[in-house]
Structure formats: C-alpha cells, structure tokens
Write a protein that binds this ligand. Structure first.
Ligand code: ATP
Ligand code: ZN
Length: 304
C-alpha cells in the first residue's frame, strides 16, 4: 500500500464511516448536519459528495484506521477503542503512529472494562495475576497489564468474549460495556475501566498539504459548530433589571447572555444560549426568580 506522504495530491476529501452497525447512522447524520450530502452509488461502498467535494467510503469499522494509515481515506469516524487498539498494535511491532484522534464526537459512548464472574469477591487488580483474560483488545489489555505490573495470560477472541468464562476459555474478560446488561446476562460484573470510549473523527498524524487541508478545516469548523449546539437551546425571556443577580446563577450552563434594554422601562430582554437541558423545572425556577415570557428555541446552526 502507498504511504500517505507518497500519495498523489487529491482535490477531494474521502471520509470512511461504518457501513452498518452502531456508528453508521449517527456518523452520517452528523456529517449531514455539517451540510454534506451524497449521491449513493449502486454498490453502496462509495458515496460521491454533492454539496462539497467530500466523499464517503462505507466500510467495516475495524478497517478505518488502516485505510487512513494507507492513505486510502483521509478521515474516518470510528470508536476510540478501535483507534487506540490498532495504534497500540502498530507500536507493538515497532511501526510509527499513522493516525490519531482529531475530535471526540459525543456518540457511541462505551467503556473498555475488565469483568469477572459474579461469584468473585473483588478486592484489587492484583487478583488477576496468573489468570486468563479473554478479549478482542489484546494491545490495550497488554499495555494496561504492563502498567499495573500484572502477569496474566491474554486470550485473544474475535467475538462473543462474554461467554468465554462459562465455556472455560478464560477466568475473566476485557470487553466493551455500555449498559452492562450483556455482562449481567452472562453472570459477569465490571470491576475496572481501562478506557472511556466514544466515536471520534480520526485523521492522519500530519495535516494535509494540498486542497484537502482546506476542506478538512472547513469540515472541522462546521463539526465544532454542530457539536456545540447539539444539546443547546436558545432561551429568551424578559426580567426586571433588579432580579438579574438572582437569575444569572440559575443559568450556569449558558454562554454570557445578550442583554437588551426594553425601551423606557426598567425591564430587560435577555437571550442566552444554554448547553444543558432546559427542563420545565428549570423554567419554573427562573420564573419564580422573576423571569417572564420564557421561550425556548431550537438552534439549527452556529458558526463561531
Ligand atoms: P463492523 O461490522 O463494522 O465490524 P462491529 O460489530 O465491530 O461492526 P458495532 O457493534 O457496530 O461494531 O460497534 C461499533 C462501535 O460502537 C464500537 O467499536 C464501539 O466504539 C461502539 N459501541 C458503543 N456501545 C457499544 C457496546 N455496548 N458494545 C460494542 N460497541 C459499542
Ligand atoms: Zn468491527
């Protein structure tokens, strides 16, 4: 495969996302919210960018770091767990880092955790010494065991890790956990988190030195705007000037509000961009503190 530095200059940006699975839809939705749209190809592997020269490649998530390393794709959306595992794998065999996390994207949240059978009385990680631990993340598990100075056997499995203890293949497991329901159904309990993960935008170590650099910058600016407003709402209300000191502490998640004087009165009109949930309870609290005419509006876009 051609290394990225030797790849011919390209005038379109190519982003790899998961073809199907947990990250597929949210990744597409996030990119669409950045104003991208695509013409679907018949083979459903490549989608040609219409609004901007940004194309999509639909692949298995495990292939994404390698596609970036080989310069086949410029960017990718993948779980941090996959990115770090493959980075660890490369380092383990003495290869240079070839990709890194560019942005955390706030979806696909999970953690890579150690889990042991329910019956274990868990006291400390030293109990893992001499045990067999099944995982699909051997690089990350081995690195962590080394930092803890624990000598345990890593049993590499590509799937169904959670049934390994019941099958007698391992004593404990190291796997992705979100709700913990799968572990519980297999009589396992999580005891130690190795990594907090979420979907990330991954890219090469170095910035692009052709037109893709400008496209990537444009995309990052839009992405930052989209991520910033994802859970944000615009709050509009009026209030007498005198109650302002009581109201502002009730908006700790708001950016500095815009305050306008309402003509000829001691009344102010305020607008605040709030990043936390604006529940009925919060609106009622604001009303009790003197706010009037409270209105919550969705935010469709933002460019800082
Ligand atoms: P592919 O066919 O693309 O290889 P996959 O089966 O490896 O798919 P998914 O199960 O769709 O992948 O998971 C993709 C990513 O979703 C994971 O790498 C992880 O970052 C994230 N994720 C979030 N919650 C969980 C969970 N409970 N279990 C597994 N992955 C999770
Ligand atoms: Zn996968």
């Amino acid at each position: 495969m051609t290394p990225p530095s030797a790849a011919p200059a390209r005038d379109r940006l190519r982003i790899a996302i998961q073809k199907s699975g947990r990250l597929a839809e949210p990744a597409r939705a996030l990119l669409s919210s950045c104003g991208l749209s695509w013409r679907e190809s018949r083979d459903r592997l490549f989608c040609y960018g219409e609004t901007l020269p940004v194309d999509l490649l639909l692949v298995r998530d495990d292939d994404i770091p390698g596609l970036i390393a080989d310069g086949v794709c410029d960017l990718g959306i993948v779980g941090r767990n996959v990115l770090l595992e493959q980075d660890g794998e490369r380092r383990g065999i003495g290869r240079a880092p070839a990709f890194r996390e560019w942005r955390a994207l706030g979806f696909g949240g999970c953690r890579l955790a150690l889990a042991v059978p329910d019956g274990w009385e868990w006291r400390s990680v030293s109990q893992l010494a001499g045990k067999r631990i099944a995982t699909s993340y051997p690089a990350l598990l081995s690195q962590w065991l080394a930092t803890q100075c624990i000598d345990a056997k890593v049993v590499v499995l590509s799937g169904s890790v959670e049934i390994a203890p019941r099958l007698g293949q391992a004593d404990a497991i190291c796997d992705l956990v979100s709700s913990g329901a799968t572990l519980a159904a297999n009589q396992l309990k999580p005891v130690q988190t190795l990594i907090e993960s979420e979907a990330v935008l991954a890219g090469p170590e170095q910035a692009f030195d052709d037109v893709r650099g400008e496209l990537a910058d444009l995309l990052l600016r839009r992405l930052d705007g989209a991520l910033r407003i994802r859970h944000s709402k615009l709050l509009l209300f009026q209030a007498p000037r005198s109650v302002l000191p009581d109201l502002l502490p009730l908006l700790p998640d708001a950016e500095t509000p815009t305050v306008m004087q309402v003509d000829g009165q001691d009344s102010l009109a305020l607008q605040a961009l709030c990043h936390g949930a604006l529940t009925w309870q919060r609106l009622e609290e604001l009303k009790r503190a003197g706010a009037r005419g409270l209105m919550v509006l969705p935010v469709e876009g933002m460019l800082a």
